[in-house]
Design a protein around this ligand. Structure first.
Ligand SMILES: C[S@@+](CC[C@H](N)C(=O)[O-])C[C@H]1O[C@@H](n2cnc3c(N)ncnc32)[C@H](O)[C@@H]1O
Length: 365
């Protein structure tokens, strides 16, 4: 079977669409917003004389988070320019925002929900961010939020019986995922190095593994992981074939900050200015902080809906769509069972990773 990357998020304005179920991802960007602004003001360093500044958001999905991110970056660059140059020169500057995601993304919804009060021109760019997307030296700033932990495909030759994620299957599985992550990240960095102007910034946030966590540790914070126990039940009940489950792997890997920095170093085209852990909390609708039973029930429901928006397409492509409603009916109960013994101390998710890289002068293009 051909290995695939992440399927796009659920499109449309419906109940299970990403558009209405992406508060978890919004909270990730809110957690780094001030750091993004600060990095741009301190480090953004490209020659601009009344020209156009081009910004691209990679893995934008359907909105609305991407619009908030884009406007934040535009405003921060404007602030930086005002500090550097006279107001007359800044007045001539225009912004163009490129929104990138995979071909199957619901770009119609994205385009139809572009905010009226934006201060940039808009273009959509379909394609994988593991390939070249833009002309040489054409982009001044890239952002990618909550997307880069998705690999271009799950690694070949992986026999991870009964498991859908990279952990729990032993060192061979883990090493295969690390190798795939390195290949993908090299392709990503090399593509961006060609497309960025010298001095341009690459701002990234994605799932990572904190230092204190073993590489093979189970991850309750990867919310889609609670799909796995339901799929196992389905196998026992004859609703899903065992070999169907065994051949399904989520193409996702959460590296440590050090693993990511190693690839950046091997690639050689970027200087790392910021590489930090960031706490973003659950950020789910109604996921209260009191740690009560009602909070946990709400968190479990919200995790189910957030997960459906992310992985419904991936699941239906592999298992068919008939199982989806029942799968996501059972999902909250799996979350509840996992955390209920911990009430009133429902743990926060481990931090994500935030990076600011700058293209070095001798890099390509
Ligand atoms: C969780 S969403 C994040 C969306 C948005 N950045 C946000 O913060 O709400 C992850 C997005 O990454 C996209 N994605 C995954 N792999 C990709 C690839 N190789 N190229 C482009 N987009 C990709 C998915 O299609 C999805 O829309």
């Amino acid at each position: 079977m051909k290995k695939r990357g992440a399927a796009p998020m659920v499109g449309g304005q419906g109940r299970y669409g990403y558009f209405h179920n992406s508060s978890l991802q919004k909270s990730s960007f809110l957690a780094v917003k001030d750091m993004v602004r600060e990095a741009i003001v301190d480090k953004f360093d490209v020659p601009i004389r009344g020209g156009t500044i081009r910004i691209a958001d990679l893995g934008c999905s359907v909105g609305p988070n991407t619009f908030y991110t884009m406007q934040t970056i535009v405003d921060a660059i404007l602030l930086k320019l005002k500090k550097l140059t006279s107001c007359d020169q800044v007045d001539g500057v225009e912004f163009q925002g490129f929104f990138n995601d995979q071909f199957g993304n619901d770009f119609n919804l994205l385009i139809n929900s572009i905010p009226f009060d934006r201060t940039y021109c808009v273009a959509a760019v379909p394609g994988s961010f593991y390939s070249r997307l833009f002309p040489r030296a054409s982009i001044h700033c890239f952002n990618s939020s909550v997307s880069l932990h998705w690999l271009s495909k799950s690694p070949d030759g992986v026999a991870n019986k009964g498991r859908i994620l990279y952990y729990g299957g032993g060192p061979d599985i883990l090493n295969a995922y690390i190798a795939q992550f390195r290949l993908d990240m090299m392709a990503f960095l090399s593509g961006r190095a060609e497309e960025l102007v010298t001095g341009g910034l690459l701002i990234l946030q994605f799932l990572c593994r904190p230092k204190c966590m073993a590489p093979d540790a189970a991850r309750y914070d990867i919310v889609i992981s609670f799909v796995e126990p339901v799929l196992r039940e389905f196998v026992m009940e004859g609703k899903v074939k065992e070999e169907e489950l065994d051949s399904f792997q989520m193409p996702l890997f959460a590296p440590s900050i050090e693993e990511f920095k190693e690839v950046v170093e091997m690639n050689g085209y970027f200087t790392v200015h910021v590489a930090e852990h960031v706490n973003q909390g659950w950020g789910l609708k109604g996921g209260g902080d009191e740690g009560t039973e009602a909070d946990l029930e709400q968190l479990a429901q919200s995790m189910g809906i957030a997960s459906r928006a992310v992985c419904e397409k991936m699941l239906s492509d592999h298992f068919g769509s008939d199982i989806l409603d029942e799968l996501f009916q059972r999902f909250p109960n799996k979350v509840y069972q996992h955390f209920s013994a911990l009430i009133p101390s429902i743990p926060s998710p481990p931090p994500s990773a935030f990076f600011v890289l700058q293209k070095k002068p001798h890099s390509p293009a």
